[in-house]
Design a protein around this ligand. Structure first.
Ligand code: IMP
Length: 194
């Protein structure tokens, strides 16, 4: 089974490769294409809209296989869920994790979580969603050189290290994406998509 993962994010592609790239019978390929990412209220809205658009606009040579997209964000309790669905925009415009650290200066409630929504379409009867959440806290300072995005400031529950201080394999064990990918892996094992 061939899966095209549409992403420009190398870090995400590495995590997906680690989780499902070695599943027997799965051939994972990265596709760098753009599709509309609406400013919806939830990640699910964003992914569902994009899947509808891709179904209409993507070439058949891709839709003859399985096509996967993913949207995620960091939700900070004290900031009422910000940056959340605006995580990519905040990362691009005001400096990502440094901006979040500045907003959180002196705050004692540092609870936050990551959420992800993975969508697959193409050789599935109905476009399907897989979601994952990872609770944790924000570090006081950025730590670690691995991962991407907000990884240097996020400490998952039960750990002392930030995601950026972990290997891809370790991060997948805790992370929002790792959890959604586990469900996707089960789904792929139970289906006869080719
Ligand atoms: P998007 O899903 O590509 O829209 O990403 C949303 C934003 O959150 C981007 O700035 C990503 O770098 C960041 N992000 C998404 N997933 C993660 C993650 O697992 N760790 C750290 N940052 C992430």
């Amino acid at each position: 089974m061939k899966i095209y993962f549409i992403t420009s994010n190398e870090g995400k592609f590495n995590e997906v490769t680690e989780a499902i790239g070695s599943v027997s019978g799965v051939e994972l390929e990265r596709l760098e294409l753009s599709y509309p990412e609406i400013q919806g209220e939830t990640l699910e809205h964003v992914v569902k809209f994009a899947m509808g658009w891709l179904k209409e606009h993507l070439e058949d040579k891709y839709l003859e296989h399985t096509v996967m997209i993913e949207d995620s964000g960091l939700f900070v309790n004290r900031l009422k869920g910000f940056p959340g669905i605006y995580s990519a925009y905040v990362h691009r415009t005001i400096g990502g994790y440094n901006a979040v650290l500045t907003l959180m200066e002196g705050e004692w409630d540092r609870r936050a979580h990551f959420e992800t929504c993975i969508g697959i379409l193409g050789q599935v009867e109905e476009p399907k969603l897989f979601v994952g959440k990872c609770d944790g806290t924000l570090a006081n300072d950025a730590r670690g050189t691995g991962g991407f995005g907000y990884d240097p400031i996020f400490i998952p529950e039960g750990e002392k290290r930030t995601f950026a201080e972990m290997s891809v394999e370790e991060k997948n064990k805790f992370s929002h994406r790792g959890k959604a990918l586990m469900d996707l892996k089960k789904f792929l094992a139970d289906t006869n998509i080719r």
